[in-house]
Every structure is written in C-alpha cells, then in structure tokens.
Ligand binder design. Structure first.
Ligand code: 13P
Ligand code: SF4
Length: 303
C-alpha cells in the first residue's frame, strides 16, 4: 500500500481538477476499487451510473466495451480509458457483419446482445443485456425465439431458465471458460460446508455444481443475504479480494483466474489518463445512436 499512496493522492487531486468521476468494475484490483473509485459495480450498475453521471469526464476502470457503453450513453462527455488494449475475448468474438448475416439467416428473430460487445455490434442489435438481467430481458420480448450473442455459455444458461428457444454464437470468456466442474467438486471435497457462487459465463458443468449463479453484483447481494461461513467465487479473482475486505467474517477460498485485460488498468495509467486526458474513447455518432437504442431499452428493464 505504501507504494500506492503517492499515486492515489495525485489521482484524487487530478480528479477534482478535471471534474472527473472514476467508474471501476468489480474485477478491478483493491488498490483501485477501494481507494480512488467513485462508483463500483457490475456491468449493469456501471452503465446505469454512467447514464446519470454529472461530471464532465468519465474515467473507465474496466475494459474497452464498458468505456464504449459510457460514451454511447453520454456522447457529450469525455470518456477516458487508461489503456486502449484492455479488450475482452467476448467482444472480439463477433463483428457487426456477423450479426447482419445472422439476421439475414433468421429474419424477424430479435437479437439480444450481451454488453460485452463493440458499439458496432450493439448497433445491429434489438436490445442489450448483462448477466444480471439476461433471462428477464429474453422473456420480456414475448417471442418464442431469440438470437443471443455472443457468449454461448451465458446463452445456454439463459436457455436453461426459459421456454424461449435461444440461437447461440460461438463466443466465450477466456477467464471463465477455464473453470471445470471437477475443480468445483475438489473444493467441496476439501471444505464440505463451502458455498459456491459462479458467474454464468462459466461452462454448464461448472454451473451445475454451483449453489448460486449470478452476475458479480448478484454474488455480493447473495453474500449479504445468506452470510455463509466459507465461500468460493468462481469468477475473476480480484472480485474475491475486493469482497473479502467487505465481509471479514467470511472465509474465502480463492482460485485465481485473472482477466489480463482488466489487469491493464493500473494506478500509474489512471494517473496519466487524467494528466494527459487520454485515451479518449470515440464512437461514430451514427453507430452510437443505434447502439444507444439497444442499451437504453435494456436500462428501461433494469435488473
Ligand atoms: P458482470 O456483468 O457480472 O459485471 O460481468 C462482466 C464481465 O466482464 C464478466 O466477465
Ligand atoms: Fe471479457 Fe472475460 Fe475479461 Fe470479463 S473476464 S472482461 S468477459 S475476458
């Protein structure tokens, strides 16, 4: 922590000077999440808060699609990402052209798109979703079939929770796909009383072994409600580091799968982003207008 303090002080000063707000995803490391972040949360909460932000500048401590979502919702604000290479394997798995081809193959079938996608892909979509509201949004469309993009595992999870037929894409999260059902069984063998919380980006055999499946924010709500004595969170491992601070009475078993993209956001890079006002996220206004409709439709549904 001693090495972090000068950066934290300098960032707090620059934040005031620039009239900036710092949004940090639940997967950001504790030295960002618990110090300089003004707003923390899952993808849905960050999108909701970006839409309400009063500051002139938004610094997105997360990955590129999250910064693009903020820019789509706040075109008049300056949105900065501290490292432009902070991508996402899901966002990279599909292009706007892929979506146009799918729509031609399945005419009239609504396209439900996970927010972990580029603005171009959102612009081709009818409605966005996050892991917090995917089932709810698919059901609220009142149709018997949807195209669900791009996460095949989240899509399969949604399909298991609804009567709606789900047409899938071959995308996956490089972090969550590494977990296995056998790994979860080994936690149970080691600690009989462990409560296993898993993110729906995990493969189906993992979700079958879990006691609870939900978004990063839903996992925190679950801990608040249930107060289990021992927990393992089957998701990006900074999440457990952050949550362990808030729940000192819970014992966390911590498998560590880090998201390399989230790790690109560091205190020095946040400092330089505010100092040099870089790297500004731009979305073509025509694309942003169409993508905004899909994101706002999701926000209207809420959680
Ligand atoms: P949440 O929507 O649960 O925050 O997840 C975002 C993400 O990137 C998961 O890998
Ligand atoms: Fe993308 Fe997976 Fe990283 Fe989330 S954890 S940002 S889905 S690569």
């Amino acid at each position: 922590w001693q090495t972090h303090l000068p950066w934290i002080d300098a960032i707090q000063g620059l934040k005031k000077q620039r009239n900036a707000v710092i949004l940090a995803h639940n997967y950001q490391p504790p030295e960002i999440y618990h110090t300089i972040a003004d707003i923390t949360g899952d993808s849905l909460a960050l999108a909701q808060q970006a839409a309400r932000a009063e500051a002139k500048v938004i610094v997105q401590c997360g990955v590129h699609f999250m910064a693009e979502t903020s820019k789509i919702l706040c075109p008049e604000k300056t949105v900065l990402i501290p490292d432009t290479a902070a991508g996402c394997s899901l966002a990279e798995s599909i292009t706007a052209e892929d979506v146009r081809l799918l729509k031609a193959k399945y005419p009239g079938v609504p396209v439900v798109t996970y927010v972990n996608t580029s603005a171009d892909v959102k612009a081709e979509s009818d409605v966005c979703c996050t892991s917090a509201n995917a089932v709810h949004i698919v059901e609220s469309l009142g149709v018997d079939r949807v195209i669900f993009l791009p996460d095949k595992y989240l899509g399969q999870y949604v399909a298991s929770k609804t009567q709606v037929k789900v047409i899938l894409w071959e995308g996956s999260c490089e972090v969550h796909e590494r977990f296995t059902g056998e790994e979860l069984r080994s936690y149970r063998r080691a600690h009989g009383n462990v409560r296993i919380l898993a993110h729906p980006e995990c493969p189906p055999d993992v979700l079958l072994e879990a006691d609870f499946v939900g978004s990063t924010a839903a996992m925190i709500t679950h801990l608040n409600e249930r107060r289990p004595r021992r927990v393992v969170m089957i998701t990006e491992c900074s999440m457990s580091d952050n949550v362990a601070v808030e729940f000192p009475d819970i014992q966390f078993t911590r498998p560590c799968n880090l998201c390399p993209h989230m790790r690109r956001i560091t205190l020095p890079r946040i400092h330089d982003a505010l100092l040099h006002m870089r790297h500004e996220v731009q979305v073509d206004p025509a694309v942003a207008g169409r993508a905004r409709q899909a994101v706002e439709r999701m926000l209207a549904y809420g959680r």
